[in-house]
Design a protein around this ligand. Sequence first.
Ligand code: C2O
Length: 552
Amino acid sequence: QTTHRLQFNVEWKNVSRLCSSKPLLTVNGQFPGPTIAVHEGDNVEVKVVNRVDSNTTIHWHGIKQFRTGWADGPAYITQCPIQGGKSYTYKFKVEGQRGTLLWHAHYGWQRASVYGAFIIYPRLPYPFSAPKAEIPIIFGEWWNGDVDTVEKEMMKYGAGPNLSDAYTINGFPGPLYPCSKKDTFIQTVEPGKTYLLRIINAALNDELFFSVANHTLTVVEVDAVYTKPFTTTAIMIAPGQTTNVLLTADQVPDSSGMFAMAARPYVTAIFPFDNTTTIGFLRYKQARKTGNTKLIPKDPSSLIPGNLPEMKDTEFVTAFANKLRSLGTPQYPCNVPKTFDKRVLTIVSLNLQDCPKNQICTGYVGKSFFASMNNQSFVRPSPSILESHYNKQITSDLSGFPEKPPKPFDYTGGNPFTQNMNTAFGSKFLVVPYGTNLELILQGTSFLNTENHPIHVHGHNFYIVGRGFGNFNHSKDPLNYNLVDPPERNTVAVPTGGWAAIRFKADNPGAWFIHCHLEEHTSWGLAMGFIVKNGPGPSQCLLPPPEDLPLC
Ligand code: C2O
């Protein structure tokens, strides 16, 4: 059995993009960070050494961490942060999963530059014909300023959104941004061959469309779970999600041999979001030997692929989400719970909050922006939830996450000023016995909200059994659930002004984070804690904490 031992040094590194250079928080000086590649069944040990004077943690997004919650990484949920000058070794086994995931910092907004691919090669051959090669495509964002300051300003003034200065593909903004022609991702491909694109959205605050000019994409996997293959002109991918697609280089190139690939945000309001496009290229291998970037034309805006959806294309997003289905073969079964033991309805919402004392509120009519689940705006506790849980120090006050919204609410509209938009600040968790079949209905609102909320569950995958627009209807909507082959994921994009229903067996003992993967919304409190108690058998219990677990 293989054990991968790695060292991640969290350190500053000067990086130049968009006409200037700045110190960037990195792992081992790399941006994006190093790729982790393992096989299903391998053990992983990553020693994270914090060489900066701010706190940090690293999260292995989508790795189930069965019984090893101590290695999951979200600050104040499963561990106290790794302080400057200290280190912590994350030890876990990668089991029962295969495909593309990501790792990223899980402290403040450090994920802005501290992220990388996490690839799990399968034990068995792919359930599709083997590609010629694999191409990681990681989306991110670039800020000219210091991201820590951006987050602090946002919390202080309660205003948003906080625009990044560019979207990036594998760290490169591409030729549509200033001074960036040299910073363009270009991948050479051989005509006639098929490639596996491992697409990862590590952006902080933006759902993205992606397409490749003239080519179609065949989706074969999402969030490290195989899907029934389907062909599409583009994909939509939310932060925290991953999508594997097959692409065949079967087009006839012009003399440059270049086809653009592009990503732009999905948002339903134009103002005040950043509607720019990051571009990279596939370059068909041919006899000509010109330097790569010389082939990029002077006016590259003509290169934006015609098959890239427009920024507000909800119709595309809905159709795309409806095409996703679990593969559901005997080897890769779809284990969606056919019944549930507990149904929890939670609003995922932005809120306007009375201005907290000692704070300047310029957000909106003298109020401040926050976000919540069932009007609970999550505040990270100290020590971590997992430590309190392990030491049996969870009070009834903390364990009382409301299982339905506090007041009836019209989620599709209504006047926010006559309805209860205030939230309560606290750290409440949902506590369930081991093995509970849980149904979580995530009800979005249309209030102030122009984006889907990508809700991520730690420690578990789930099945998306239903989604729709408007208010969830308890008697009608469950009749239309897909309990045959719903997609299995770790992050679901809850439609703005709509809802998504997810089901899963809570069979991973420990304390877990459930939150919006738009970092801005997590900072505002769109999150909750979730505790799965130990099961009766010794193999159904959380393991003891490692000796080097950081203290608060
Ligand atoms: Cu990818 Cu809690 O995050």
